[in-house]
Write a protein that binds this ligand. Sequence first.
Ligand code: ADP
Length: 408
Amino acid sequence: MEKIKWLHQMVEQSPQDPQAHYWLAKEQAESGNLFEAVQSLSTALSCCEDDELRKEIIQELSIVSMNLQNTESTQTAVPTSLQEEAVEADYLVEQKDNLSLLKTKLKVIDGEEKPKTVNKKSHHITFEDVAGLEDLKKTITLRIISPFYNKGLFAKFKKKSGGGVLLYGPPGCGKTFIARATAGECKANFYPVHITDIIDPYIGVSERNLKGIFDKARFQKPSIMFFDEVDTIGFSRSKSSATHRGIIDTFLSEMEGIDTSTDEVLVMAATNTPWDVDNALKRPGRFDRLIFVAPPDEEARKQIFQLKLSDRYAENINVELLAQKTEFFSGADIENVIEIASENVLSEILTTGNERPLNTDDMLEALSNQQPSTLDWLRTAKNYVRYSNQGGLYNDIEKYLQKHSRSI
Ligand code: ADP
């Protein structure tokens, strides 16, 4: 399909996506449709919350508007015949109206910078923000980040660096967090995708949505697509409906079409229920690397406490003690404990009027009512490991369970 038509389609599908309007504008400007480009840029600006993208849009807008003004001055000298003059006059009146409209818009942009919003997308997290998971970081560096950067080397060995990485493990242990950090390490765009972004009741629309998401990631390379709860997309085909099968097939053909070294698109996914993921998704060229993201160990829990308390009003917190007392707590559980302790201290301050920082006792008190959320998952996993560990798929979980067999 012609690029511009495809971009129009993308804008129709996601009218609130500033990036789509921006790409359309660039294409329009390149093909000489300057006024249309300005309109697309204005729309992009009106729905853009990302500071970096806003800067790019404004820069492009000033270039396009300058070109538009130059065209206006050359166009005044064109008319040749009477008829042409009439048409030209109409055109110029229209252009003038458009230009004054544009200038009003430009004044707004120049004078008033939008108030800064906290934008999660513009804050790139990296491996430094992720506590522990050292082996996983090494694996990701070796198998994901290196191929991403050493395209030439992979080409020399005729090695197609496609396929995706599937992270699995109990909820809240950092699967999404480390995927986001991987994008930060690669300086790639991060596209989180959830089944709700894809599913549509009309026949064929879900498949089109899914294809659109892949196209978008390819277009704005380098990018990392992250499919959260991939089991809901690749739900075991034997258990799934005909509609779901269409989505799985599209997903598989899109994935197989990707060559990471040339497309610069990497697919990552996560699931809490790897046993529900269709086996077809786990074959070579698809999610052929399954990585277990275990609950944080004691050292990692200490680091998570340190990281998450670093921007709180807290004093002398014994993170070693807290780490010892939180076996099987996920990163999200630890965040929750800190949240509860902070709320308790705040309500105490509001009652007594005495301001004080958060301390270890507050944390221990908050902890006393909390249970680790990963235990249920680990117990379920134990059954799967025992009865369906074909091909050693869950060996990593097995190793973890053996190490902690007394407590699970
Ligand atoms: P999952 O995708 O495994 O369900 P998330 O990645 O969404 O879990 O983790 C939930 C939150 O817990 C994250 O946003 C992060 O703040 C925190 N967290 C989890 N694991 C870690 C970790 N290893 N280091 C730092 N924070 C973590």
